[in-house]
Design a protein around this ligand. Structure first.
Ligand code: SAJ
Length: 476
């Protein structure tokens, strides 16, 4: 029995964390910093792309780019105390009580939206080959619901000859970290802990409780934990799609979506909630763009022939994804219409694309909605100059460091990211830089005051600004 193996093994003392990325590194450092545990190993394949992390981590340095408050100090502390070290020798797993896996599951390619589980499967195989009775295995990567009790369990049992739930404990504890606040998120967020059975759930709760400060463990089944993680992002994507659709409606009806948003948001009182998010030029990132498809695949596999749903209707969640992915196309339509109003053909038109990061005031460009927008313009023969104050480079896309360079001789100026800098642009300066009688301004993130630009002779168009998008052109 699993509980006998666990009783014989005693409390968790030695831990392994597989995958030294932005999830695994802070997790390993926090486990190592807890007086409850004796030793933590970080496991990293000595691959050409990431092998360098091993030596860095063993010097107590963080290989993560960007500011992570407290992480570097914590790493050097636990390395000096000999409570943490990084290794590529996976056989060390044999001596451990618990192993967590935080390995990326990116898309194979954008078309079929299928996840690439190959790296995760390698990690699971490595654990399986060194598995011993009473050990706990926890998946932290975002996976399709059913993976823990399915694929992961099968590989672990095949490699080890042991049985999940009988010889070893198996659970899913999804990570909920945001870059820039990794340590704080792990300590303060509640931690969903889902075992394949009660004993596994309890053992996994024993692993995570010591590192939580204000967060608490929320126990459930492993599949419920997988659905929680994917659905919490699906719901955020849905909320954004809902306000994006309303913005498109307001444009068609000639009203200002921000007035409507304020109006709806004013509905207060207990039990009354309206998750009014913000319309925009699109949804990027590595969470919201993929987790909906994990959830859909999960219900297709686990719920096969069991799902009762309105016949012939598309999934609301996939439709939300389609609406959000339509926003860069809508931005393209607004740009073409704006150029037409200014009497400029897209062929050869110079367009300043302000903002390449998917998230305002960050350098994160994963799945940026700016990219499909730029592709559409290039197809029309436009010349696109990309500016982003936080993004130095992007494969195949030149990014200029100074906004003036993008604005010089621009026929159209398109705001795609809500970077602070774009809120203080001066229409007068922009018009002089563009040198056009009626430059076009397309506002994808509610950064520009329509009247200030219209007064300067601009052709203005903004997401959700049905009240302004057909304004009279001012001759200056
Ligand atoms: N966006 C909108 N309108 C909004 C909010 C966001 O268009 O009202 C767009 C953003 O411009 C961006 C995309 O959606 O392109 C995603 O924005 P995000 O704020 O959700 O940022 P992410 O993708 O980094 O989401 C992360 C997620 N965290 C994890 O997965 C651990 C998500 O679950 C969090 O809800 C989100 O951070 C957060 O709340 O900050």
């Amino acid at each position: 029995m699993l509980s006998d193996h666990i009783r014989k093994r005693g409390p968790i003392k030695k831990i392994g964390v597989i995958g030294m990325g932005y999830v695994g590194i802070p997790a390993a450092a926090l486990f190592a910093d807890s007086p409850v545990f004796d030793r933590v190993y970080g496991f990293q394949r000595d691959s050409p792309s990431s092998g360098y992390k091993i030596a860095m981590l063993n010097r107590g340095e963080s290989p993560l780019k960007g500011e992570e408050p407290g992480l570097e100090e914590l790493l050097s502390k636990v390395v000096a105390a000999k409570k943490f070290s990084c290794t590529s020798d996976f056989s060390k797993i044999r001596k451990l009580d618990a192993v967590t896996l935080s390995i990326q599951t990116p898309f194979l390619n954008k078309e079929d939206l299928l996840p690439d589980f190959s790296a995760l499967k390698d990690g699971i195989r490595n654990v399986g080959s060194y598995l011993s009775p009473g050990m706990l295995v926890v998946l932290e990567s975002t996976v399709t619901p059913g993976t823990t009790t399915g694929l992961a369990r099968e590989i672990l049992e095949q490699e080890s000859g042991l049985l999940a739930g009988v010889d070893f404990a198996l659970a899913h504890a999804p990570e909920r970290v945001m870059v820039g606040r990794l340590l704080r998120n792990i300590r303060e967020h509640d931690r969903i802990v889902g075992g394949i059975d009660e004993v596994s759930t309890r053992r996994a709760a024993e692993l995570y409780s010591p590192v939580l400060t204000t967060g608490k463990v929320i126990p459930m089944s492993s599949t419920a934990a997988e659905v929680t993680k994917t659905a919490e992002n699906t719901f955020r994507d849905l909320q954004i799609a809902a306000i994006n659709e309303l913005a498109l409606y307001c444009e068609a009806m000639g009203i200002n979506v921000y007035d409507v948003r304020t109006g709806i948001d004013s509905l207060k009182g207990d039990g009354i909630t309206r998750a009014m998010l913000w319309p925009g030029a699109g949804v990027g990132g590595h969470c919201l763009t993929k987790d909906t498809y994990h959830l859909e695949r999960g219900v297709q596999v686990l719920g096969k022939d069991l799902l009762d749903y309105p016949p012939g209707e598309p999934s609301l969640y996939v439709l939300a994804r389609r609406i959000n992915d339509f926003m860069p196309v809508h931005m393209f339509r607004l740009t073409i219409d704006g150029l037409k109003r200014a009497g400029v053909s897209p062929e050869g038109a110079k367009v300043a694309l302000l903002g390449w990061a998917f998230l305002s005031n960050t350098d994160d460009t994963r799945n940026t909605p700016s990219e499909p927008f730029r592709d559409l313009l290039l197809k029309e023969g436009a010349v696109v100059c990309v500016h982003d104050p936080y993004v130095a480079e992007y494969p195949g896309v030149p990014v200029v460091p100074f906004v003036e360079e993008a604005l010089q001789d621009a026929d159209a100026i398109v705001i795609f990211a809500g970077h602070h800098q774009y809120r203080t642009l001066d229409p007068k300066v922009l018009r002089n830089l563009s040198g056009r009688k009626h430059p076009v301004i397309i506002d994808g993130r509610n950064m520009a005051d329509p009247d200030a630009y219209i007064r300067e002779g601009f052709v203005y168009k903004g997401i959700g600004r049905g009240d302004k998008n057909s304004h009279a052109i001012v001759e200056t």
